[in-house]
Design a binder for this molecule. Structure first.
Ligand SMILES: *Cc1c(COP(=O)(O)O)cnc(C)c1O
Length: 342
């Protein structure tokens, strides 16, 4: 049997030998007591990278986002986010479940909304309306096919949030993909956001973990919320060591994944079963199948040739490139898919 090529997500990567070595050698302690040196190192390293004061290590990106929402809101408040956003679509209803907030949904361009659209969603100060307290954006935009924000639009959103006294959160699960694609600096982001969530277990290749980065007083509160959410971890330093390794070694190489996504998209666009493909900006390729081909049948056919991808609503299929798929494997996948008979 030929090798399984797994394009379902960049979360499927496994730690490399070198990362495992870093994990084995990690110095650890009880992080709930604040005694794990590796966790502290990772938190300090990430805060410094963004030019922010403090950071907290958590088990998942869902938890870092949900802690941020809890931090910035009171029950009954409203959160502005895009209708395609992860915090709204893919966190188990967490905004309502954890923070008892409603949402005002923007309809942005591939999930990227601008200050004019956000402005229209801010409720007037009137007791009939919910109190708008937070604007949350996502970069890169997962459901938007890994689309990146233009820096100017983020600056405008930040000014709006400031002028209206709203908190400004970034779901940056794949922020490093945007930084590499747009040649941006993490410090720019640290200057305009109140809190930033980044994932170590996506393109960066760590097995587990996300960070919430922000001001010292926010992160102090976040520690209490993490405990209440059941996210306090003990000898988490083994995971933190993988995260440090990922931040130090796996950021620049994301350009390879982006290049592989471009090659994959370009070749898939020439096949008979694809209706359209949006030119990928980062590591996510979304293809729209021709009307007569159902996503279920297409995915079954892919499985027969030992390739995995995911259904992404409607006629769409998502392929994600990552560090466990090298250029040869991308070419191999293309060769197999080209021979498909549908
Ligand atoms: C993956 C992801 C998250 C967090 O997911 P977890 O699986 O909880 O780590 C958050 N936001 C976006 C945009 C994501 O893609």
């Amino acid at each position: 049997m030929n090798k399984l090529l797994d394009f379902r997500s960049d979360t499927v990567t496994k730690p490399s030998e070198a990362m495992l070595q870093a994990m084995v050698e990690a110095r650890v302690g009880d992080d709930v007591f604040g005694e794990d040196p590796s966790v502290k190192l990772l938190e300090n390293l990430s805060a410094a990278m963004f030019g922010m004061e403090s950071a907290i290590f958590c088990p998942s990106g869902t938890m870092t986002n949900q802690i941020a929402i809890k931090l910035h809101t009171q029950p009954g408040d409203e959160v502005i986010c895009d209708s395609k956003s992860h915090i709204y679509n893919y966190e188990g209803g967490g905004i309502a479940f954890n923070s008892m907030c409603s949402v005002a949904l923007a309809n942005g361009d591939r999930g990227r909304f601008n200050a004019t659209q956000a402005q229209e969603l801010i409720k007037k100060d009137d007791i009939h309306f919910p109190n708008t307290s937070l604007i949350s954006v996502e970069n890169t935009m997962n459901k938007g096919g890994g689309a990146c924000y233009d820096w100017k639009e983020l600056e405008e959103l930040s000014s709006l949030a400031k002028s209206q006294g709203l908190a400004f959160h970034l779901d940056g699960a794949r922020l490093f993909n945007a930084l590499v694609a747009k040649n941006e600096n993490p410090r720019q982001y640290g200057e305009i956001f109140d809190t930033i969530s980044i994932c170590l277990s996506k393109g960066l290749g760590a097995p587990v973990g996300s960070l919430l980065i922000g001001k010292t007083d926010h992160i102090k509160k976040a520690k209490r919320i993490r405990k209440a959410f059941g996210g306090g971890m003990r000898q988490a330093g083994f995971m933190a060591a993988a995260g440090i390794y990922a931040l130090e070694n796996n950021v620049e190489r994301l350009a390879t994944d982006h290049n592989n996504a471009k090659i994959l998209a370009s070749e898939l666009s020439k096949t008979s079963f694809v209706e359209q493909i949006i030119e990928p900006e980062t590591n996510i390729v979304i293809i729209t199948l021709k009307e007569l081909i159902t996503p279920e049948i297409f995915l079954d056919k892919l499985k027969e040739i030992n390739i995995q991808a995911v259904h992404f609503g409607g006629q769409n299929i998502r392929f994600v490139t990552h560090l466990d798929l090298n250029s040869n494997e991308i070419n191999e996948a293309i060769e197999r898919i080209k021979k498909l008979e549908l």
